[in-house]
Design a binder for this molecule. Structure first.
Ligand SMILES: Cc1cc2nc3c(=O)[nH]c(=O)nc-3n(C[C@H](O)[C@H](O)[C@H](O)COP(=O)(O)OP(=O)(O)OC[C@H]3O[C@@H](n4cnc5c(N)ncnc54)[C@H](O)[C@@H]3O)c2cc1C
Length: 417
């Protein structure tokens, strides 16, 4: 069923009882050409592009819970291409271009809203860094405008410009950045993959990876053994656990990142705003809630709920920037387990086990990467060659030290990325 205005009218007039299921609910087959472990944004996008671009349809996505229940449905929905370093710059640029055609491609409203992202800076040193980043973005073909304090005051009048501790010097404006509805992205890719013949199998946890003579042959799951010629691990915060099933030890730490939303308010924040002195980012959802987040919890954990001190820390950063926040009532908070890599950049690569591929290390920033990651991981799995846009995301950079992309310039210290 294609979604369009006529369909909405027709279904509306007949009581909305005749919509088709968005995707089938098949039982697992005994074998597939390709198995994707993990039904988050990256896994579903990979399956979609395997089918849509490479004609690979004997594919299954195995998800231990429900589709979209992981980080893809838990993030603060920021989509941007404002990375500075070679390797990341071209990858996120590629991803943003895919975002810009995504709703047409998937025939699904993912509510992609290019409302602009403004990263504030608070010192001359930060201004220099913002200018360098902006130049890198422009060289990459993306958009960046350096705002002075007066421009910020005009665009973001609700900020506290009079505070003396972290004065606002200006901001780096990325007009094509913005937000999207996170779980709709998972649903759109799921529906698109299913329509092309991919089996989406939920409540199916992978508990083992079968390897014979250095070659992957399938997986063990809570719904039985399934054979496969190729297997992709795309499980975000659970990457180390699943890779351990194949005897691998990854350079990944799992940490909880929390997010918060207030009660619905009238439109007040038109852009995505980030605060360069504390770690804080905020936007307003279409329902009116102020959606925001900050640092991750500083200890590794697999529990998807966060701690109160970090909540306080985020609120403090937010209130310093926007005292008006103190008047809003917090409605909900939640946590997701993010896969932190030592250089803050992802891994999209083959492993030493033939037929076994790895996609992880997205840190706080993998939502915006969903289209680019799915597209380039599908390319790698289908052709055994890295996609140009993701060619630097090698696993062995952590072994050799060559090719590290330390985007934040903070070194190999997980809790600072
Ligand atoms: C609070 C928060 C805010 C964030 N904000 C942003 C943001 O504003 N912008 C941005 O770009 N990024 C953001 N991120 C990061 C982004 O959400 C993640 O990097 C990205 O969603 C991770 O990829 P995914 O969607 O595939 O992960 P997930 O949705 O977590 O998918 C992985 C899936 O694997 C499944 N799985 C795990 N183990 C197994 C197994 N053994 N067998 C089968 N299935 C398994 C899990 O159940 C899960 O569904 C944020 C993350 C969090 C937590």
């Amino acid at each position: 069923m294609r979604y369009n205005a006529l369909q909405i009218l027709k279904q509306g007039l007949t009581g909305n009882r005749n919509w088709d299921r968005a995707w089938r609910k098949p039982d697992p087959k005994p074998s597939y050409d390709i198995i994707i472990i993990g039904g988050g944004g990256h896994g579903l996008a990979t399956a979609y592009y395997l089918a849509a671009v490479h004609g690979k349809t004997n594919v299954a996505v195995l998800e231990k819970g429900y589709f979209g229940g992981g980080n893809v449905g838990r993030n603060t929905t920021i989509v941007r291409a404002n990375y500075g370093l070679p390797g990341n710059s071209e990858f996120y640029s590629h991803s943003l271009k895919l975002w810009e055609g995504l709703e047409q491609e998937l025939n699904f409203n993912v509510m992609h809203s290019q409302r602009g992202v403004i990263n504030l800076f608070h010192s001359d040193g930060q201004r220099d860094a913002a200018a360098r980043r902006g130049n890198a973005m422009i060289n990459q073909g993306d958009d960046a405008i350096l705002l002075e304090r007066g421009d910020c005051r005009q665009m973001l009048p609700y900020l506290d410009f009079d505070q003396t501790r972290f004065p606002i010097y200006g901001g780096l404006y990325h007009p094509r950045g913005g937000t999207a509805r996170h779980d709709a992205v998972a649903w759109g890719y799921a529906r698109g993959a299913d329509q092309r013949g991919v089996d989406l199998i939920d409540n199916c946890e992978v508990t083992g990876i079968d390897i014979e003579n250095g070659h992957v042959t399938g997986v063990q799951t809570t719904r039985g053994a399934i054979r496969a010629k190729k297997v992709g691990i795309v499980v975000a915060g659970n990457s180390s656990r699943v890779a351990a099933m194949a005897g691998m030890r990854l350079p990944i730490e799992s940490h909880v990142l929390q997010a918060f939303v207030t009660e619905g308010l009238k439109p007040v924040i038109d852009h995505v705003v980030t605060y360069g002195m504390g770690h804080f980012y905020i936007s307003q959802s279409d329902k009116g809630g102020l959606v925001f987040g900050g640092d991750l919890d500083f200890y590794p954990s697999y529990a998807s709920r966060g701690n109160l001190p970090m909540m306080e820390h985020v609120m403090e950063a937010g209130m310093t920037l926007m005292p008006m926040l103190g008047k809003a009532r917090l409605l909900r908070s939640w946590g997701g387990i993010v896969d932190m890599s030592p250089d803050g950049s992802p891994i999209i690569d083959r492993t030493d086990i033939r037929g076994l591929y790895l996609n992880c290390g997205w840190c706080y920033g993998g939502f915006k990467a969903v289209p680019g990651s799915g597209h380039s991981f599908a390319h790698l799995m289908a052709t055994d060659r890295p996609h140009d846009a993701a060619a630097r995301y090698k696993l062995n950079r952590f072994e050799t030290g060559f090719g590290l992309m330390d985007e934040e310039g903070t070194g190999a210290q997980h809790n600072l990325h």
